[in-house]
Design a protein around this ligand. Structure first.
Ligand code: C5P
Length: 400
């Protein structure tokens, strides 16, 4: 529920603006107060009259006249809310935000606010995939903005791919998560997830079978307890959750620097299946058969152990550091030794022999290893493992 929560909803100029009308209704149904703002181009898609009528409040427009300023100054308007939501967040609006522009009411409010901002991007697939947009998204993620979507699917322009605005109820879930007052409120947690890809040459890489399902479920569970989650993911096959800060990486080294850039944190959970080795003699151009029948020899170098590095930090170490241990034999013995060797607080151990179907599957059977011993949980859906673990993390941080 969102009773008493104040949402400043900025509607950008895209075809998905029609979904913003439904979003207003859904937010209001849950007890939120919605103050709408339309950009100039938003008015080409929806009218201030319909937006204002649904919100039951004045719809502020790109033209911020002196009457408005007398009613409520733009600084006050940007700060009177509990959360700013931009839906649809167009490529242009995100570019402005990434560049710090303030040339209309929407961009000025976004620059002037001291509150969290949730973006629901919406654009054509090519615009979404354009390096400029991807660069802007990285910048905005680095600035701590939250994202809901976009989804993949059919688009109004007739193309298919990522760029569809998240559905109103998905945005509502992300709003609720952003405003959640759970036991992890005010806490920052880093979660790594997915595999890493270590290049052999520009087209080939070494990977593993991790889907990212357990890490994603954990990020969702921590988010739902009110934590601010930095979700650092390798190329996973499951999409990252909304309502968390997503940082996409490819290699172990990129993951290490993304983790370091996300510190400080109250807790860090390393669920990623990081490659232990990278190819030291990776080729800058595509390797080719030379006809001699001689196979290339790959040389390996050890990757940074992110878990061990963070666990061993002298200053600024997260209060709780949790590692995962995927083992194929003597699970508890190996994982117990690993906890000590890596210097982390807990290890979540699981048996990833192919017969278990755990790696890439929907369920997980884990043993939680702490300083006081090993606790084996029954086989459960990964979401349930995540909820239990998130609750344990919340209890540990609160000293319970
Ligand atoms: O040593 P092993 O790979 O089995 O350890 C697994 C744990 O260590 C996982 O939590 C994984 O995310 C983390 N790890 C890491 N950096 C590496 C290798 C593993 O953070 N280079």
């Amino acid at each position: 529920m969102l009773v008493g929560k104040r949402i400043l909803l900025i509607i950008g100029g895209g075809i998905a603006a029609y979904k913003a009308l439904d979003l207003i209704r859904r937010l209001k149904e849950r007890g939120a107060t919605v103050t709408p703002v339309l950009t100039r181009s938003a008015e080409e898609f929806v009218t201030p009259l319909s937006v204002g009528a649904l919100a039951g409040a004045k719809a502020y427009r790109h033209l911020f006249d002196l009457t408005d300023e007398a009613e409520m100054g733009h600084i006050e308007l940007s700060r009177a809310a509990d959360l700013l939501v931009v839906a649809p967040a167009t490529a242009d609006l995100m570019a402005k935000m990434a560049g710090g522009h303030a040339d209309d009411l929407a961009s000025t409010l976004l620059l002037a606010t001291d509150k969290r901002v949730l973006l629901a991007p919406s654009m054509n697939v090519r615009m979404w995939q354009h390096p400029a947009t991807q660069r802007n998204i990285k910048t905005l993620q680095g600035d701590g903005l939250l994202f809901a979507g976009p989804n993949e699917g059919d688009m109004a322009c007739g193309e298919y791919g990522p760029g569809r605005m998240a559905e109103p109820m998905e945005i509502v879930a992300a709003v609720e998560a952003a405003l959640a007052g759970g036991p992890m409120k005010g806490r920052h947690v880093i979660v790594t997830s997915g595999p890493t890809h270590e290049p052999i040459d520009p087209v080939r890489f070494i990977a593993n079978r991790s889907s990212g399902a357990q890490g994603t479920a954990l990020a969702v569970a921590l988010r739902d307890l009110g934590a601010r989650v930095s979700f650092i993911t390798g190329p996973a096959s499951v999409p990252p959750p909304s309502g968390v800060t997503v940082v996409r990486v490819e290699t172990a080294d990129e993951m290490r620097s993304a983790v370091e850039a996300s510190l400080p944190a109250d807790a860090a959970v390393f669920a990623a299946a990081v490659a232990d080795w990278r190819v030291a003699n990776a080729s800058l151009s595509k390797m080719k058969k030379d006809g001699s029948g001689k196979a290339p020899i790959l040389e390996f170098a050890e990757n940074p152990d992110i878990l061990a590095r963070v666990s061993g930090m002298k200053a600024g170490r997260p209060e709780l550091v949790v590692g995962f241990a995927a083992e194929t034999d003597d699970v508890v013995a190996h994982a117990t030794a690993k906890r000590v060797r890596k210097g982390c607080d807990w290890i979540v151990a699981n048996d990833v022999r192919p017969a278990t179907g755990i790696m890439g599957g929907a369920e997980n059977a884990v043993t939680l290893i702490t300083a006081v011993g090993a606790e084996t949980w029954p086989r459960l859906p990964k979401e349930e493992v995540a909820r239990r673990l998130a609750t344990r993390i919340a209890n540990a941080l609160s000293g319970a």
